[in-house]
Write a protein that binds this ligand. Structure first.
Ligand SMILES: [Zn+2]
Length: 299
């Protein structure tokens, strides 16, 4: 009887060991080593679905836009733009969503809804791992194939202002950058002013193709006082004004016969009812994605 129970106990122990190993393997997936050194080349491009040209075509598809501005507002929740308060919080954006030449979507952020894994997901198209949460504060350069690397390889000149996580992930990709740290969570003013102060001069210049802005103030307000705080509305109105400034500058730069601009407003993740993020609740994963361009049909 004694022997039997010890055999049973060791069987259970081994089973537990296998279970723990299986859990860890799933929770912290091993990065795909093969994709690290190999970035996709032109010959790997799939066939354009409409043109029906032969595969592995050596010609790049024609560009659709002349310049792209990506305005990422950290923790921008879907209802801050599309919800009933959106008209009050972001009137200009909301007007463009409803009446302008725009396309808008609710983008679902895959958990973990934390900034660094989300930037990785947005630029690589891969699902972030939970190990990335641990790496959030100490992010090394991104070696996987990604949009920023491809844009640089295609000769696009990129400018970045905002959360310095981007500068750490893409250390040599931007021709000009000014990173702000997300470390001082109590500051929600200077962290954004440091981005906005560049806009007037940069928007007038013609020496860049892609401008990326990452605003952190809204996320910090969420962490300090939650999504229903009185600080939310002024911050969103500030973001709305900035979008208006960028949009007007892009319109004034439009030249006859040249390709149109594209302005993208998005969030990296949402904000829970307590103002935090990281989990998989609806307000944390639902973010707005608004695309503005004269190339789109007016509503
Ligand atoms: Zn974030």
């Amino acid at each position: 009887m004694k022997v039997r129970s010890s055999v049973f106990a060791s069987f259970i122990l081994i089973l537990e060991g296998i279970g723990v190993a299986l859990f860890l393997r799933g929770f912290f997936p091993v990065p795909l080593k093969s994709s690290i050194s190999s970035k996709n080349k032109l010959s790997d491009l799939p066939v354009e679905p409409l043109t029906g040209s032969s595969p592995n075509s050596s010609r790049l598809p024609q560009p659709l836009f002349k310049r792209v501005v990506i305005m990422l507002v950290d923790a921008l929740r879907e209802d801050f733009v599309f919800g009933p308060n959106g008209r009050m919080y972001m009137p200009y954006t909301r007007h463009l969503v409803e009446r302008g030449s725009s396309y808008s979507f609710v983008a679902k952020a895959r958990p973990p809804t934390v900034t660094m894994p989300r930037i990785k997901a947005l630029t690589t198209g891969t699902i972030p791992g939970f190990i990335d949460v641990v790496m959030n504060l100490n992010s090394p350069a991104l070696l996987e194939d990604n949009l920023i690397w491809q844009a640089k390889a295609a000769g696009k000149r990129m400018v970045f202002y905002g959360d310095d996580t981007w500068v750490r992930l893409f250390p040599k990709h931007f021709m000009e950058h000014d990173g702000t740290t997300s470390f001082f969570v109590s500051d929600y003013t200077e962290v954004d002013n440091n981005v906005t102060r560049h806009l007037d001069s940069t928007l007038k210049r013609d020496d860049w193709d892609i401008l990326i802005l990452h605003y952190l103030g809204l996320d910090h307000i969420g962490h300090i006082s939650g999504p229903h705080s009185s600080l939310i509305q002024p911050k969103l109105m500030e973001m709305d004004d900035i979008l208006k400034k960028i949009h007007s500058a892009l319109i004034s730069k439009e030249a006859e016969g040249s390709l149109p601009y594209l302005l993208v407003l998005c969030g990296d993740h949402g904000m829970s009812e307590t103002g935090s993020h990281g989990g998989s609740s609806e307000p944390e994963i639902n973010t707005p994605l608004v695309l503005l361009s004269p190339a789109f049909k007016r509503k």
